[in-house]
Write a protein that binds this ligand. Sequence first.
Ligand code: B12
Length: 215
Amino acid sequence: MKKQKELEKILSRCLLTGDEDMAFEKSDELIDLVGLQRFYVESITNVMSETGQMWYDGEIGIAQEHMITNIVRKIVQVNNDKIETKGLIEGLAVICNPEGDDHNMSNLVLEGLLKIRKYRVTNIGGNWYMGEKTKATNKAIVDFVIHARPDVVFISVTIARYLFNAKIIAKELLKALEDTQIYLGGLGTQGVVKGELQEGIILADKDTLETLNKV
Ligand code: B12
């Protein structure tokens, strides 16, 4: 635990200075120490929330935050690519964000965690903001997922004001996909209380691995 915290601190420092090579090196050390899954749900989340805090406190600018986000994204993508996906697959998963929400690092992390569990993953997260066309955007997301007929859908919402959109997407998917597990999670769901979601929509646990192990 102490070693993990120390390494996370060094990783944060490498990211702050834009030292990509050292950031990769420290990430590899962390993965050796705690494993890829805990690196994703603990180290990446810790380092990113610390980055957010520094930006919030005015210690770093938005450009520096973007630089850090871009390096971390590379680290997650490189590690996701290393996950072996040979043999029988468990099922198909689609990961998405609601219209308006630009936070998609969680999608990449979830992609890796599902890949480890032998899911074939389609990630349609990205910058879905399309001016005033909220309804059309949500429909595009819903239509895509329905057409894919996945076994599992992960809807990730970070900004609470887009929770409404996420709920609309979940509701539409629930109507059309009888045998699909529909999960709603992310920082934007923190204020959601048990029972608030429509029956059939699963609220992700704060402990992401707890949820992933039940999929
Ligand atoms: C990077 C970042 C950005 C980047 C996003 C880049 C990108 N393409 O992703 C940029 C700069 C674009 C950005 C913009 C904004 N951001 Co921002 N951002 C962050 C930051 C620093 C890191 C987020 C991150 O990548 N975390 C790492 C991932 C892996 O962690 P995670 O998302 O929590 O996911 C974990 C779990 O939640 C879970 N999970 C997530 N979804 C799901 C779904 C399911 C089904 C399951 C099972 C699990 C699960 O899995 C992960 C592993 O455990 C956070 C700070 C923080 N505390 O996180 C702020 C933060 C999220 N942003 C915030 C804000 C306010 C904004 C802006 C509104 C700022 C502004 N004034 O413009 C804009 C909004 C833009 C938009 N329309 O979306 C606030 C959100 C507060 C709130 N909840 O409403 C935060 C918390 C910063 C803060 N302290 O104020 N941001």
